[in-house]
Design a protein around this ligand. Sequence first.
Ligand code: PFF
Ligand code: NA
Length: 457
Amino acid sequence: MSRENVTHARWSSRFTYVLAATGAAVGLGNIWKFPYIMGENGGGAFVLVYLFCIFFIGIPVMMSEVVIGKFGRQAPAKSAKLLAEASGSSPRWAVVGWFGVLTGFLILSFYIVIAGWALAYTFYGFTGVFDGRSASDFNTLFSDLNASAPQAMGWSFALLAITILVVGKGVRHGLERAVNWMMPALFVLLVVMVLYAANRGDFGAAVSFMFNADFSALSWSGVLVALGHSFFTLSLASGIMTMYGAYLPDNTSLVKTSVWIAVMDTVVAMLAGLAIYPIVFANGLEPGAGPGLIFLTLPIAFGTMPLGQLFGGLFFLMLVVAAFTSALALIESSVAWLVERRGFTRMGAAMTAGTGIGLLSLLTIFSQSGASWTQFQWGESSFHLFDAIDYLTSNLMLPIGGFITALFTGYFVDKAIAHRMIDTHPVIFRIWRVSVRYVAPVAITLVFLQLSGLMTL
Ligand code: PFF
Ligand code: NA
């Protein structure tokens, strides 16, 4: 407890910070979720609501997290504690920090498994495994991948090992170097996929599915979907932005960088839809979302299309890169914490945190392989541990974490300190403060009630 505050590295520029944070934000949610919820909830009408949520709730909460990190310059719990003390509030507000780190740790335990599936499919795609397979063949392919735990472990542990190596090298030599070439690569892959889809797919059908503004298709539950997703897509409440904010270079505008991150995340989500849905519609497949769309439906199309072997492989490679840059962010706060509080070297900390993640990921892997000890009954329905961790983190811990972050920075952080950290025009500062004091807590409560099933609209 008496250790001095550790001096962590800083990003070498605000551009690298934006790249790294965008890499953290862009993930499976952009690719397999956003385009679908957009299409289902009134297209252009949904986008308006979504942008409102991003600007008035997502970005303000993101700024709150960065404020904590930038003030403390330590791992999230310590930073929150330092900020609370400087504001004359209880040091117990450290909970805002460690709760996020814990959430991120749990999320990574299943995120890495899904990333492993994408890695396996990259390999399948490039080696022609998709060719001429039917829908039922893909059901078999996917369940075979999961049926054998050692196989699923092989793919996800390979990615975990690379995550450890990169994060172990530190902020500048590891994280920065990785995102400096991976983010441009991700963007190029995405544009290439959109061009392929525009050439070989039904672009018009995709555009009308996604963008046709239909206000009658936008219900209140659609509004809550937009809200919940705006939160999830920016990777809030998972320790990420607080940690990345702790490495913020001096003289960096917190407002502008946050807006950039959110805009890039949204652009990627829309491009992902334009890469996927033209292919889905041209091949007469059902539009959908989630693992089913990506691992069962879409490969059918790649298996029949010209150059499908190449572009199928590239598509899954893109998914691997998107998930990998989020994995780096998800483990970073645990690693920084081990360095800070336990005196580990970066590599030792990365290996320790990574081993923990690897062990925890077995819960997901064995859930998928059907091991009986992972399956349980809840009322009428059966679940497994993977469902439980996913539900716990996405539907409970993320909103609770966002809620306490907003409350902390809105009511318990000294206003002058917050203004100094955010360092912007008083009107923008006031908008931020109204959001984290009133708008975000109310909005997050509604999403929480909806997600946890306590309220239905
Ligand atoms: N933001 C990621 C996405 O849109 O896919 C998902 C995510 C990653 C959420 C990591 C939370 C997190 F901690
Ligand atoms: Na995202």
